[in-house]
Design a protein around this ligand. Structure first.
Ligand SMILES: Cc1cc2nc3c(=O)[nH]c(=O)nc-3n(C[C@H](O)[C@H](O)[C@H](O)COP(=O)(O)OP(=O)(O)OC[C@H]3O[C@@H](n4cnc5c(N)ncnc54)[C@H](O)[C@@H]3O)c2cc1C
Length: 447
């Protein structure tokens, strides 16, 4: 058996910096696991269909197997590969490991994918439990000696500057860590998931997203382990059902991407094509650096830069702030997330950005303009999350931490804060930003 990973720069969207870092760690962990079982992991770079077909010929392989991804660029590679292998008389087979159900199984009467989440998820669940995944082989027989690239040659990790320190401190990529993460979640966090999942100041969610993104754990493994945990302990039921619904959102986003390969480029609702976005590179840079003057937004963007993820609730608030308060095209925010998230996903990232902007398939109503202050006070009531990622505000009392501009000069001085110097004032006034956003949205509604 030859275990092969091909880095194909032309298949799909090129991964951003944080995802490249994760990929390197993930391949290292996979390689070590394969060696432990008696095999080796071969690395090759180039157009996957050609590289795999050449290797099959070179090694005299009888058959080639892979894990399929039901997306246009990957399907194109598979089709080329199937044709090349058939010509060479080599058997081949792909296995679905990326989704709970194939997109073809969830279609409306016209044969199109569903665009609203709730009926989509109902349909997925009505199809019955997805098949149980098989265990990994315990031992592998070593194949012939095959030349392999080295990970270092691929230069996936940053050097000069090495900005990945925060990622290393936060994450352990790889299959064993993914399984441990799921186990911990089901043992402890799942019980409080319904209430805690919206709290960035708590460890209230699973942290599985980058592991799922890189196939270190599959949605079917997660599904079955979660259902099993709920059957063993029925008091976990509500938390597990909610958690599985979130896994359903991942599925929904990937089905959307299957139907709309240009999800990151094209508004799903065409009336947004004429939206009066503002071009403001200074405001975009302030948002990217976490210097908007709104503590919950800034904490989120700094969490992202430091750890490679941002809490889901804060992603919604920070994304809404960019597209509504700053009126900057969602595609700029999507690209920033794409480059900085370790879980950057070609389905979930643009689908969620479109959802927040209001141009998505199952979009939040455009008139919902989050107040960053109220969101902060509701979901980070003591300010612990802000204190962690915006340390220059950490001595402000809880009642002021989400609205430092309302503090008196004495309160600011005793917390060591100089607005405009140690921490910026608000980049835009909330009420004005909200009105401007509503006026812009009203224009396209008329149009
Ligand atoms: C603007 C924006 C951009 C986003 N970009 C991404 C992205 O690139 N990649 C990504 O995996 N998620 C993305 N999300 C969804 C969500 O924020 C993350 O999946 C979640 O924060 C991951 O943390 P967790 O694994 O602890 O989640 P949990 O709460 O433990 O959820 C379990 C799993 O469900 C899936 N999930 C949860 N929420 C969503 C959702 N809204 N959409 C799709 N899947 C979901 C994830 O696979 C997650 O690992 C985005 C959300 C927003 C608002």
């Amino acid at each position: 058996m030859i275990c092969l990973y091909v880095l194909d720069d032309a298949a799909g969207r090129a991964p951003g910096g944080a995802a490249r870092w994760w990929l390197a760690q993930s391949l290292r962990a996979l390689g070590a696991e394969i060696v432990r079982r008696g095999g080796t992991l071969t690395l090759r770079r180039g157009p996957a269909a050609r590289v795999i077909a050449d290797l099959a010929r070179e090694s005299g392989a009888a058959a080639v197997y892979w894990n399929g991804v039901a997306q246009a660029p990957h399907r194109a590679v598979e089709q080329q590969l199937e044709a090349a292998l058939a010509k060479a008389g080599v058997a081949s087979q792909g296995f679905p490991g990326d989704l709970l159900v194939p997109p073809a199984a969830v279609r409306n009467k016209e044969g199109r994918g569903l665009r609203v989440f709730t009926p989509f998820w109902r349909r997925v669940l009505a199809l019955g439990d997805p098949s149980k995944p098989l265990p990994a082989p315990k031992a592998l027989r070593r194949g012939p000696e095959i030349a392999s690239d080295t990970l270092e040659e691929w230069k996936l990790e940053p050097v000069n500057p090495d900005w990945a320190g925060g990622l290393r401190d936060t994450w352990t990529p790889g299959e064993a860590a993914a399984r441990a993460c799921l186990r911990d979640f089901l043992k402890t966090v799942a019980r409080g998931y319904v209430g805690d999942r919206d709290r960035p100041d708590r460890q209230g969610t699973s942290g599985l997203s980058p592991h799922l993104r890189f196939g270190e754990i599959s949605p079917r493994q997660v599904f079955h382990a979660a259902r099993f945990a709920a059957a063993e302990d029925p008091s976990l039921g509500p938390g597990i059902e909610k958690f599985l619904t979130e896994l359903g959102w991942r599925e929904f986003c990937r089905h959307l991407l299957h139907d709309h390969p240009d999800l990151a480029g094209e508004n799903l609702q065409a009336n947004f094509d004429g939206f009066p976005w503002r071009s403001d590179s200074k405001a975009l840079a302030a948002w990217q650096r976490g210097e908007t003057g709104y503590p919950i937004v800034d904490a989120g963007l700094r969490e992202l830069w430091h750890t490679g993820v941002m809490h889901n609730r804060v992603r919604m608030v920070a994304a809404s702030f960019l597209v509504k308060h700053l009126l900057i095209d969602w595609r700029h925010g999507e690209r920033w997330f794409w480059d900085t998230l370790v879980d950057a996903d070609a389905g979930s990232n643009p689908a969620n950005w479109q959802w927040v902007a209001g141009c998505g398939a199952d979009a939040a109503p455009y008139f919902r303009v989050f107040s960053p202050v109220l969101q902060g006070e509701k979901f980070d009531p003591d300010g612990a999350y802000v204190r962690r990622f915006v340390p220059e505000l950490k001595r402000l009392p809880a009642k002021l931490i989400h609205r430092p501009w309302e503090a008196t000069p004495i309160e600011l001085a005793s917390a060591g804060v100089e607005l405009g110097k140690t921490y910026p004032g608000p980049i835009v006034d909330h009420a004005r930003g909200r009105e401007r956003a509503l006026a812009a949205y009203a224009k396209i509604r008329k149009g």
